[in-house]
Design a protein around this ligand. Structure first.
Ligand SMILES: Nc1nc2c(ncn2[C@@H]2O[C@H](COP(=O)(O)OP(=O)(O)OP(=O)(O)O)[C@@H](O)[C@H]2O)c(=O)[nH]1
Ligand SMILES: [Mg+2]
Length: 211
């Protein structure tokens, strides 16, 4: 079914392999945690709708990329047509946190001159005993890299999953309202004012004899 929307926003999910990117997207769009899934193609795509007050409907195009280096060239094309990035690390694997700066720099370099709004996710916060990165470190890094915010998330226990996508989308929308997101031709990161799509049959014009 076609749903009317006011804005269409592309969001890419990035981060090292096995930090839980696919699980996060699955939890957000399907509402469940599935331990058995694997995407062999290195890319997955979902559509999700969000509604803000007063009745602003946002169509999210959500791109799940694979963390492994061999998939990087595929991931790049999705970076280019996104305006938002969920940058994920695993709080129980310190090296994934240490690579966040590198991911951030790579994305910024690659998408310029287009803007990219980031949110930092410390994932698998349910793994309390194995934790190797503290919340304060995530907060400080998100601030230093000028990201929207830092959230501690668990797809397994459904903690802060909706908040991640809602906070990022709201941040993008606010940037747009402040004129910080230009709408360029041939760039699909953010599309505005799309026609309202309905499934209603076309109305007959008065005096029309046909049909
Ligand atoms: N404890 C815990 N484990 C999780 C969570 N989210 C994902 N996992 C596990 O982490 C592993 C990797 O999850 P994926 O979602 O496949 O990770 P990915 O980032 O998509 O990995 P790539 O596609 O290889 O880049 C799986 O065994 C998941 O079950 C979580 O919130 N908590
Ligand atoms: Mg994956």
């Amino acid at each position: 079914m076609q749903v009317p929307w006011n804005f269409r926003i592309g969001i890419v999910i990035l981060g090292d392999s096995a930090v839980g990117k696919s699980s996060l997207l699955h939890r957000y769009t399907e509402g469940s945690f599935d331990d058995s899934r694997q995407s062999p193609l290195g890319i997955d795509f979902k559509v999700h709708y969000l509604e803000f007050d007063p009745r602003i409907v946002i169509k999210l195009l959500l791109w799940d990329t694979a963390g492994q280096e061999r998939f990087r060239s595929i991931s790049k094309s999705y970076m280019r047509n996104s305006v938002g990035c969920v940058l994920v690390f695993d709080v129980s694997q310190r090296q994934t946190f240490e690579r966040v700066r590198k991911w951030h720099q790579e994305v910024v370099d690659y998408v310029q001159p287009n803007p990219m709004i980031f949110i930092l996710v410390g994932h698998k916060c349910d793994l309390t005993a194995q934790r190797e990165v503290q919340k304060e470190e995530g907060v400080a890094l998100a601030k230093r890299l000028n990201m929207e915010t830092y959230l501690e998330v668990s797809s397994k226990d459904n903690v802060n999953v909706n908040e991640t996508f809602e906070t990022l989308t709201r941040g993008i929308y606010e940037h747009f309202q402040k004129g910080k997101i230009p709408c360029r031709e041939n760039w699909y990161g953010m599309t505005v004012g799309a026609p309202v799509e309905t499934e209603l049959p076309p109305t007959k014009k008065p005096g029309c004899k046909c049909g």
